[in-house]
Design a protein around this ligand. Structure first.
Ligand code: URP
Ligand code: ZN
Ligand code: ZN
Length: 466
């Protein structure tokens, strides 16, 4: 099967050309200004932007947290992702039963996802206890295609500093990468108890109990431990604060392999949402919380200068009705997380490219190429180049859309971006040469998406410009 995408604005790794993309048997074969081969299908991309498909490296589908389960599973989540221009996701495994080994959750997640996805997928491992066996097991997890792991510095299975250091060192040795949720657990718990004890239970106290200082402290602590581990590669998820980004910038300037991810919620929403009338503020309870608006433009600057390499979503959906509303009388009872997998690409395109903050090459990097590089998917995925999977999205740069819940496919009863006006919208998503979404229609069945056995991470290739 041969497909030709004709006359598009094609975003390559270092330049943008007007041209054609030839696809054969799921792979990109050639990208040239004019290709005249006889093909099975021609896709007219005139006036459209042809980009590597979005890769959301931070989702939580089918996540079980206490008695709550996220409303998006791997079917609804990947469908929403596909409508949002994504061709792959890497989901974070949730915690398993106490004492379970690393492969336990890998098995559980294969059970959740295999045969259920419409786009390609992988899983980040989760480290909940650290001992010699767990550290040993990381090598076989990497062999199985899971070279990245998340550690949490708060929540039930928070890891202590010595454990974090051991994990970082071991992952460096096995060609893996440590991703970390940075918040100071002791300070947060103290503040939460204090506020609740004083009857201060409204959503804004969620933010006040998890101040920027708590994030900044633990970002610096993890950077310090990564250095002590012999410059172990470290990826800081959901950076919400400009001060945290500055710490990453300084570590990178010293030559450390530290990387940072921010999310649309920290670029486009701010802490005033917690004071919305009624219980609306509950919809924005996530960790880290939304911050003061002054962080937003600074985070954009850290994206521009390469300090933050990735914009992912942390998509973690709990319905307002039945789940989020559990926090009505006490914010600590509200499950944490929010939607975003379908709106990431259009929001970042509109606010980033259409508003002139970043160019198309940078857009492709933060949305696709960089997560592919950092998580072992590149060059199979994450770039338009001969030999790569034909994972492609087409954006109509002129399409104006007002985001509203009913337009989206996310299986959740609200969007935090209700009423946001965007310019530019993904109009086609293709995975391995097959169209998954076209003109607002889903073209593949669940099960089309394939598990991606990700490769080990070669630190020597994580140099230079991002
Ligand atoms: O509030 C959030 N972010 N929930 C998802 C879990 C996490 O910390 O990433
Ligand atoms: Zn987290
Ligand atoms: Zn997360």
């Amino acid at each position: 099967m041969k497909t030709l995408i004709k006359c598009g604005t094609v975003v390559l790794e270092d330049e943008v050309i007007l041209g054609d993309v030839l696809i054969e048997d799921g792979k990109i074969v050639r990208i040239e200004e004019k290709i005249n081969d006889v093909v099975d299908r021609v896709i007219d991309a005139e006036g459209k932007i042809v980009l590597p498909g979005g890769i959301d490296g931070h989702t939580h589908f089918n996540l079980h947290v206490g008695s709550n389960v996220t409303s998006d599973d791997f079917t609804t989540g990947t469908i929403a992702a596909a409508f949002g221009g994504n061709t792959a996701i890497v989901d974070h495994m949730g915690f398993g039963p106490k004492g379970c080994d690393l492969h336990h959750q890998a098995g559980v997640y294969h059970g959740y996802a295999d045969g259920k996805c419409v786009i390609d997928y992988g899983f980040h491992g989760v480290v909940q206890e650290v001992d010699a066996d767990i550290l040993e097991e990381m090598a076989s997890m990497a062999d199985d295609g899971h070279p990245s792991f998340k550690i949490y510095l708060t929540y039930d299975y928070k890891v202590e500093d010595a454990e974090a250091l051991k994990v970082m060192k071991r992952l460096k040795d096995v060609g893996g990468i440590t991703t970390v949720h940075c918040e100071n657990d002791a300070a947060i718990n103290y503040l939460r108890r204090k506020f609740v004890g004083e009857g201060k239970c409204a959503p804004k106290y969620h933010a006040l109990s998890r101040p920027e200082s708590c994030e900044n402290e633990s970002v610096l602590r993890m950077i310090t431990l990564a250095e002590a581990a012999g410059d172990a590669p470290l990826y800081i998820v959901h950076v919400s604060s400009a001060r945290s980004a500055q710490l990453i910038k300084e570590a990178r300037a010293r030559g450390q392999h530290v990387f940072g991810e921010t999310c649309p919620q920290y670029l486009f929403l701010d802490e005033t949402s917690y004071e919305l009338p009624g219980d609306e503020g509950l919809k924005y309870i996530m960790s880290p919380p939304l911050r003061d608006k002054s962080n937003q433009e600074k985070l954009w600057n850290y994206i521009k200068d390469g300090t933050l390499q990735v914009v992912a979503t942390d998509h973690c959906t709990f319905n307002y009705h039945g789940s989020k509303e559990l926090g009505r009388d006490n914010f600590t009872l509200c499950p944490n997380g929010g939607p975003g997998v379908e709106t990431r690409v259009p929001l970042v395109f509109s606010e980033g490219v259409a508003k002139g903050r970043i160019n198309l090459v940078k857009f492709a990097r933060i949305i696709s190429t960089n997560p592919a590089r950092l998580f072992g998917l590149y060059p199979k995925k994450g770039a338009l180049r001969p030999g790569s999977d034909a994972d492609i999205m087409l954006i109509d740069p002129h399409k104006e859309v007002t985001i509203t819940k009913s337009l989206l496919h996310e299986n959740v009863d609200y969007t935090p971006y209700e009423g946001f006006k965007v310019t530019g919208w993904p109009v086609m998503t293709m995975v391995r040469g097959q169209v998954v979404v076209e003109n607002g229609k889903l073209m593949q069945e669940p099960g089309y998406g394939e598990f991606q056995k990700r490769g080990r991470i070669d630190m020597s290739k994580l140099q230079g410009e991002f």
